[in-house]
Write a protein that binds this ligand. Structure first.
Ligand code: ARG
Length: 579
């Protein structure tokens, strides 16, 4: 096997030894062979510890039996049992060198495709119509897009769907307010920033004036009932908003298009049927006049069961009904195996309830996974939800424009590029910095948005990775020779770089497994740092370097650049050749 995760490959050998030596069947994964941080040890196997109890033998004895039966002389030097029963493995230099050489020209860079491709429906982006996208929608777009790219790269089928908030209560108040003002379609076409203010006004009225609120609710019912006067205004609002969203996606390099829009309105025709179906299956109860489902295991603070409101007492449908229809649509009609939703943490309970009810209703079965890929909020430097100086929520377009502006300064400081190219690079650096800062934080946590840290040239930033990659390109340009001719390991820094390069498959797998892009950024950062040490210790272009070493180091430089470029691309970040 010329591909894949070294740890798994070693795991398979350990599994073989266990089968032969101790008559134990375990998988390569269960053999838990992981990279080690100990000096002189590349990987460590902990299988003996977990098996000892089951086998009724001391862990050291199990470890010794594994080592005695290990068929891995091609791969590792003498394995060694350490401490209470760890097995220390050191890969052979020759094997490492051959593996690294095989990465040259391999467009997958060792990453295998899934044995059993799945069909994912991926809900991401999902802003609300008639409102400008704010920084809170940044995360869903960026994280969702990275997940889309990663899953596709792994060989899965992924259908993105943008669950636009284009239906429901906010729409009722917005349209009522438009009519109050005696305005028509032209207002909807006046531009999104006007509408944004309009939204605020409608909101204020809705909160202060119960009669207006009633009208707004009735308007929602009219909208859902297909009233033409209402629909005309609604369509204009959606079209205007969609244009705005597309501009942001294009600026961000997020792959969503109009074709991916499956807004809340899309599911409207399905809501009656879903309700009837839930009723027919005996899953509904009437509570305060509303049709509700009470999925088991959810209760409020008083211990009373929590309802998922399917149809409100006024006959209107809400957010929960739509999401039940969404689950049913993608699982049943579109035959997807996995439903993923990239939505902020505050909606965790909503999704848990929707998933539970969808399983009760049989929309989701054993073969389906349903995952809420939650994320925290972005904080300002004061530790509170990020705000503009005026106190409003930060607008995404403004933020991105500022990122590019800041990056222009960074790039101009040391770049020898012409103005046009500099502008292009500044875009890659600025937008990349915003995306990377987001993707490199554990998505479940909040993080602080800091320009200085985000654009730092040292540390775990996209700029650092982009510089490392540009340095590789610069070396390759100056070398004036095609990289090729094998790899040889003569220096510990070379060896460390090779080991890191071979860990891409494991990094991609771990990232996908937890839908956690920060695992990939962590790997890429380690790679760039390992390359920097290699570059400082192993001269490449100097005239006194042995030609074979030089050729080998050029191969490693090229493969490093390829891995950085691929890794950044999987995160949706550009990797310019020159900075
Ligand atoms: N539009 C919603 C919001 O801004 C997010 C929608 C997420 N997707 C879903 N299927 N509920 O909060």
């Amino acid at each position: 096997m010329a591909h894949g995760d070294v740890g798994l490959e070693l795991g398979a050998r350990v599994a073989g030894a266990l089968r032969r030596g101790l008559d134990v069947e375990i998988t390569a994964v269960d053999a838990v062979v992981r990279p080690s941080t100990r000096d002189g040890v590349d990987y460590q196997c902990n299988a003996a510890m977990s098996l000892a109890k089951r086998l009724g033998k001391p862990p050291r004895e199990v470890a010794q039996a594994i080592v005695a039966h290990l068929d891995s002389a091609d791969l590792v030097d003498e394995p060694e049992v350490a401490g209470p029963g760890f097995i220390n493995l050191r890969l052979r230099d020759g094997w490492l060198a051959d593996r690294a050489a095989a990465l040259l020209g391999d467009e997958r860079l060792g990453v295998p495709t899934a044995d059993e491709p799945r069909r994912y429906a991926l809900d991401y982006g999902s802003p609300n119509v008639a409102k400008e996208m704010h920084i809170g929608h940044l995360r869903s777009s960026i994280i969702g897009d990275a997940i889309l790219r990663l899953l596709r790269f792994a060989g899965h089928q992924v259908t993105p769907h943008n669950h636009l908030g284009d239906w429901g209560t906010p729409f009722g108040m917005l349209i009522e307010h438009l009519l109050d003002e005696g305005a028509g379609v032209e207002v909807a076409e006046r531009g999104i920033s006007d509408l944004n203010r309009f939204y605020q006004q409608a909101r204020t009225k809705f909160d202060a004036d119960p009669a207006f609120a009633d009208r707004a609710r009735a308007r929602v019912v009219a909208l859902q009932g297909g009233d033409e006067e209402t629909l005309v205004l609604w369509r204009a609002l959606v079209a205007e908003s969609t244009r705005h969203f597309q501009k942001v996606y294009d600026l961000l390099g997020v792959r969503l298009t109009d074709a991916d829009i499956y807004g809340e309105s899309f599911y409207n025709p399905y809501l009656d049927a879903v309700t009837a179906d839930l009723e027919a299956k005996g899953l509904t109860e009437i509570s305060d006049g509303a049709v509700c489902v009470f999925p088991p295991g959810f209760s409020n603070r008083e211990g009373n069961p929590l309802p998922l409101i399917v149809r409100k007492s006024d006959g209107g449908y809400g957010y929960a009904a739509t999401d039940l229809a969404t689950a049913r649509y993608w699982a049943e009609e579109r035959d997807m195996t996995d439903l993923l939703y990239v939505v902020g943490n505050p909606q965790a309970q909503h999704f848990a309830m929707v998933f539970a009810a969808s399983r009760q209703a049989g929309y989701l079965t054993e073969g389906h996974t349903s995952v809420h890929i939650g994320f925290g909020t972005i904080l300002g430097e004061d530790g509170k939800t990020i705000r503009t100086r005026a106190g409003g929520s930060v607008k995404l377009v403004e933020l991105l424009a500022e990122a590019v502006e800041q990056a222009e300064k960074t790039v101009a400081e040391r770049s020898s590029l012409d103005a046009a190219r500099q502008a292009e690079v500044a875009r890659a650096v600025g937008i990349g910095a915003v995306k990377y800062a987001d993707l490199s934080s554990d998505r479940e946590k909040d993080y602080v948005f800091t320009w200085a840290r985000m654009l730092a040239k040292e540390g775990n930033t996209s700029v650092y990775l982009q510089y490392a990659n540009a340095r590789c390109h610069s070396i390759l340009r100056k070398a004036e020779q095609e990289p090729g001719g094998g790899v040889r390991i003569t220096d510990p820094a070379e060896r460390a770089l090779v080991l890191k390069l071979l860990q891409l498959p494991a990094a991609v797998a771990a990232t996908i497994e937890a839908y956690a892009p920060h695992k990939l950024t962590g790997y890429l950062y380690e790679l760039a740092a390992t390359f920097t040490t290699f570059y400082d210790n192993c001269p490449i272009l100097r005239s006194d370097v042995d030609p074979d070493d030089r050729a080998s180091r050029l191969v490693l430089t090229k493969v490093t650049s390829d891995v950085l470029t691929l890794g950044l691309d999987l995160l949706g970040i550009a990797a310019p050749h020159e900075l």
